[in-house]
Ligand binder design. Structure first.
Ligand code: SF4
Length: 238
């Protein structure tokens, strides 16, 4: 079920379109049921252990990304996410500098070091660990991801952790559809353990939205710019 405190408020729900508003409680129940119905992939734990012994930050990130892919494999079979659905490529995609370098090497572009980058370590000193991780997940996105091409990910093999961990456990994409100016709750699978592990392993690494690491690519996507949107990250399973 949704984590305590992660449900949208009545005010948020009442501002949503009727079909979205009515879907939310149904979707939460459905997501919890689905999450209980899948058997966890044992490879995920093994891959996390390998990551913890990795010699470099870059290797650690790659192994944790593999662990994330293993963790999502059984859940993907019951999720609403389908190839060609790109709603989550229009919301915030926070990545670390290490991930930016991996993507940069893959596409042959050197990422910039964004002036607005933040470090988890600094946020934790100010706010504590849990609010800091939440703040990282809530950065807003002003445009589609620059690596979205023809509604598909053009860097799929090296896509960031944020993309690997996002799975809507509803039956269709209704709650993923963007509603300009509004936060729409989505019954995402609860990836908080892996996400926290990943972020804590890079607490002193600069983090920013993927668009800020690749501004030239984002400018290329200028005609596709969307109003500032972000999404409440509602998690549905323990
Ligand atoms: S990296 Fe790929 S999956 Fe992630 S937001 Fe960009 S296009 Fe979408």
């Amino acid at each position: 079920m949704a984590e305590p405190g992660s449900h949208p408020t009545e005010a948020v729900l009442s501002a949503l379109p009727k079909d979205v508003r009515e879907r939310w409680p149904v979707a939460v129940e459905r997501a919890a049921r689905k999450a209980k119905s899948v058997l966890p992939d044992q490879d995920a734990n093994q891959l996390v252990k390998v990551a913890q012994k990795a010699g470099t930050a870059s290797q650690r990130v790659v192994w944790l990304q593999r662990a994330a892919s293993a963790w999502t494999k059984p859940l993907a079979q019951v999720a609403a996410c389908r190839r060609g659905c790109s709603h989550c490529c229009h919301i915030s995609v926070t990545i670390t500098a290490v991930e930016a370098d991996l993507i940069g090497r893959h596409v042959g572009i050197k990422p910039v070091r964004p002036s607005n980058a933040i470090r988890l370590q600094s946020l934790m000193q100010r706010d504590g660990a849990v609010p800091a991780v939440e703040a990282i997940s809530a950065l807003a996105a002003p445009a589609p991801c620059p690596f979205l091409k023809d509604r598909a990910c053009s860097v799929y093999e090296v896509r960031p952790m944020a993309c690997r961990l996002l799975l809507n456990l509803d039956d269709d994409d209704l709650l993923c559809r963007l509603v300009p100016g509004q936060d729409v709750p989505v019954p995402y699978a609860d990836a908080s353990q892996l996400r926290t592990l990943f972020l804590m392993a890079q607490a002193n690494t600069p983090m920013a939205d993927i668009r800020d690491f690749f501004p030239a690519r984002t400018e290329d996507a200028g005609e596709r710019r969307t109003p500032e949107l972000h999404r409440l990250r509602i998690r549905s399973v323990p």
